[in-house]
Every structure is written in structure tokens, then in C-alpha cells.
Ligand binder design. Structure first.
Ligand SMILES: Cc1ncc(COP(=O)(O)O)c(C=O)c1O
Length: 428
């Protein structure tokens, strides 16, 4: 049955729509932190459909909100007042930290970043964008043009002129050997130098922790230091919080808060977790920036009553159950446990991350060389053991990515770590 579906998938869907596993699985249902496949196998889910099932699978509060709203009205469009959309916008504006915030809802992270690019380029009258090396910001024509990861950027044609900045990857590259403060100083000097050769850059866009890039991050404070330089040039700062938002990093509600001495960014973009699987993306910007467009703009499906109701129920659950605190506590324990396991494996170069966003970088033993074959094999062995994880990383996909729903319990963290320990042993 599953094999047949795989054949049908290959016959009708694009080749570049990659599936995990030699024998891909069909997930038919889920509950809490677990999912089941069509062959009845149960898995502990440490990837949440790419960091998107944020609270839990089949969370009753969210499914009830969806069902009730769908029973009333599914779609009305942005031409009419939409109570759940206004309510969610109010709550996100208040949480964003951005003064005089306005919120525009889209249906994906790509479209959210696309909107941020439209706003920044219109506001600044420039098509020049600063982005980080090893970044990922989406799949549209504009967002692949600011994606500094060749594995996810299928064309170099772009309406934007993009300049790539150092700093998103702490432990590789020309500044890796420097101490944190020196690393930041070197990246700032590089940025200053770059700006000395350009004029009128519109914005810097950056993921506080790079997601697809393998959960890499700069030292805390880098973006605050960048902000000082950007301010001198009038350049906007856009924080792409598609993976790092809503408390996943444990220490902070937004990733930008690790660089908080700068104050909030001019814009932040969000998607993934807020809808717990319903398609919500969006941009928060101060009013002056959001309102700079002098033509109409809509997203037909953005802010649909059903997705907004799901987002409201999901956000309420997240805040009432302090899932950011849970991410910090359980994520901290899990990271410690994974570091202890990694210390026994010559294949692990680094265990890194924050909260429930943890990366394990694999290399060829005794070298610094990426080991995508080992990453693929551990992914496969973990699945065999009943655990779903993800992978990512810069030029070679050699980083295991662990990002479970934020309700993860200590017992589940222990269970998943034990499966990973075995998986690493099998392969190595
Ligand atoms: C940081 C970041 N930005 C943007 C996107 C694009 O979001 P979407 O796939 O919803 O378009 C992603 C998706 O993985 C992401 O990780």
C-alpha cells in the first residue's frame, strides 16, 4: 500500500519534492507527541512536521476551534471584518515587542518574507538586501534570491541584489577560531566594509538561529552589534522568526531577544508553529513601514477565519501552559543527555542549539568533513527505532535536527535520546 503510494507520488509530483527515508512513510494520524503510519507503526515525533506541530498533535483545544469555526464559516475574505483575525493580530502585535505594530497575515513563511522584502524595498527605495550566508528564507523567486544555501536556491536570477554577510555560523568559516567578542567584532568589521562599497541597502534579513542551515547561530549580541551599524545607514532589520518564534528556543519568546540590547527589529516574520499545522504566516512591522505601500495588497487566504481560530487557540494553550518554560527545561535536559551520548561517538562534531531546537552535526571521524551519509543512516535507524527526526545543514546535509512539539515530557525526551543513542551506535 505504502509502496504503491510512493510510486504514484513519484509519477505525479516534482522530483525536487524530497521525501525522507529509503522507504517513505505515510503518516495517518497523531496524538500528543506521537504519530502513526499507514502500516500501524507508532513513532515519537521529534520533528513536528518541520517545527510546525508546535504544541501537540490533535490538541483538543485547536481541533475544537477549527471544527467550530469551520461549522460557522470557512471563508469570507479580507473585504469584510474578521473577528478572529483582528484578535490574533492584536495578540501578536502585543507579543512582538515592536512599537506601534501592524500585522499582515499570509499563508506561509515564504509569503511572509516576500512581504517583508516588498515593504523594505518600497520603504527604502532600494532592491539591495543583506542576508546571512547559509540562510534559508523560503521557496519563492524573491526568497530563493536571499537564501545563502545553494542546496535550497535553484536559481541565481533575482529581482533583488543580495549581499551575503558573515556571522550566522559560529563554528565554521574564517572567524570560527575567534572568541565570541572577537567573532562579533570581525563580523561587524566585515559588514562595515561591505557597506562602504554599496549604497542605499534596504534591509538585513536574518534567522536568529538558522533552521534549514542546521540550527547554527551566532554568539548572542551579534545582531545588536549589527543593529548599531544598520541604524547609522538607515537600513532596516528583519528577523525571520519562522522557526525560532513562540518560545521554541526556551530562553526567549523570539529569537531576536538573544540580541535584545538593540531593542526589537523593524520587522519580524512568522509562520510554522503558530497554526499548529494550519497555514498561517505573517509579518509584524511598525506602522510607518507597514503602511508605506501606496497600492492595494491582499492575500486571499491570509487570515482565514479557520486558521486564525486555530492560531488563537494554539497561542492561548502555549501561553497558559508556559511551553516556553517547558522548552527551556526539557530542551536543556535533552541537550545535556545528547552531549553525553555524542561524547562517545567519533562521528559527532557538535551538539548545539537552544531550547527544543537542537542540532547534532556529523562528520567523518577524525576530520571536520561533513558526513551526509552518516546523517541519512542515523535518520533511517532512528525511524527503525520509532523516532522521527529531521536533517539539515549548509552545503552538505549532515546535521540531525531535533525539534519536537513544545509539550515534550521529560520521559519522552529520555525515550527519544535512548533511540538516538542506539541509532548513532548502529551507524557508527
Ligand atoms: C527560517 C525560515 N523562513 C522561511 C521559511 C519558509 O516557510 P514556508 O515553507 O512556510 O514557506 C522556512 C521554512 O522552512 C524557514 O525555515
Amino acid at each position: 500500500m505504502t509502496d504503491q503510494l510512493h510510486n504514484r507520488h513519484k509519477a505525479v509530483l516534482p522530483d525536487w519534492l524530497a521525501l525522507y527515508y529509503g522507504r517513505p512513510i505515510e503518516i495517518t494520524h497523531g496524538e500528543g507527541r506521537h504519530v502513526w503510519d499507514a502500516e500501524g507503526r507508532k513513532y515519537l515525533d521529534f520533528f513536528g512536521g518541520i517545527l510546525t506541530t508546535m504544541t501537540a498533535h490533535a490538541l483538543p483545544e485547536v481541533t475544537k476551534a477549527v471544527a467550530e469555526q469551520a461549522g460557522r464559516i470557512i471563508h469570507s475574505s479580507t473585504l469584510y471584518l474578521n473577528r478572529p483575525m483582528v484578535e490574533l493580530a492584536e495578540r501578536i502585535a502585543a507579543l512582538s515587542g515592536i512599537p506601534d505594530a501592524r500585522v499582515f497575515f499570509t499563508t506561509s513563511g515564504t509569503e511572509a518574507n516576500d512581504t517583508a522584502l516588498l515593504l523594505a524595498t518600497a520603504y527604502r527605495g532600494s532592491n539591495q538586501i543583506l542576508a546571512m550566508r547559509n540562510s534559508y528564507h523560503g521557496r519563492s523567486f524573491t526568497t530563493v534570491g536571499i537564501t545563502g544555501n545553494k542546496g535550497w536556491s535553484p536559481t541565481s536570477l533575482s529581482p533583488l541584489q543580495t549581499l551575503y554577510v558573515h556571522g550566522g555560523v559560529r563554528s565554521r568559516g574564517p572567524y570560527a577560531h575567534l572568541a565570541d567578542a572577537e567573532f562579533i567584532a570581525a563580523c561587524v568589521a566585515d559588514l562595515e566594509d561591505l557597506l562602504g562599497h554599496t549604497r542605499d541597502v534596504a534591509a538585513l534579513i536574518a534567522e536568529p538561529i538558522q533552521g534549514v542551515g542546521g540550527f547554527t547561530a551566532p554568539p548572542d549580541g551579534l545582531y545588536a552589534a549589527f543593529r548599531e551599524v544598520l541604524d547609522r545607514h538607515g537600513i532596516l532589520w528583519v528577523s525571520d522568526e519562522v522557526q525560532t518564534g513562540w518560545g521554541r528556543t526556551g530562553d526567549h519568546f523570539w529569537g531576536w531577544q538573544a540580541h535584545a540590547s538593540s531593542g526589537p527589529p523593524d520587522m519580524l516574520t512568522f509562520a510554522k508553529g503558530i497554526g499548529n499545522g494550519m497555514s498561517i504566516g505573517g509579518v509584524v512591522a511598525r506602522a510607518e513601514v507597514m503602511n508605506c505601500l501606496d497600492a492595494n495588497s491582499i492575500s486571499t487566504f491570509g487570515g482565514s477565519p479557520v486558521t486564525m481560530s486555530a492560531g488563537l487557540a494554539n497561542l492561548t494553550y502555549l501561553l497558559e501552559h508556559d511551553l516556553q518554560g517547558n522548552a527551556r527545561r526539557v530542551g536543556g535536559l535533552l541537550t545535556e543527555r545528547l552531549r553525553a551520548i555524542a561524547a562517545q561517538s567519533p562521528f559527532v562534531r557538535e551538539v548545539r542549539g537552544r531550547g527544543l531546537m537542537i542540532g547534532i552535526e556529523l562528520v567523518k571521524p577524525g576530520t571536520d568533513e561533513a558526513n551526509p551519509a552518516a546523517a541519512a543512516a542515523v535518520l533511517e535507524a532512528a525511524r527503525e527505532g520509532g523516532l522521527l527526526i529531521g536533517k539539515g545543514g549548509g552545503h552538505d546535509t549532515s546535521v540531525l535536527r531535533i525539534a519536537p512539539p513544545l509539550t515534550l515530557t521529560v520521559a519522552e525526551a529520555e525515550e527519544g535520546a535512548a533511540v538516538l543513542e542506539n541509532a548513532l551506535r548502529t551507524v557508527c
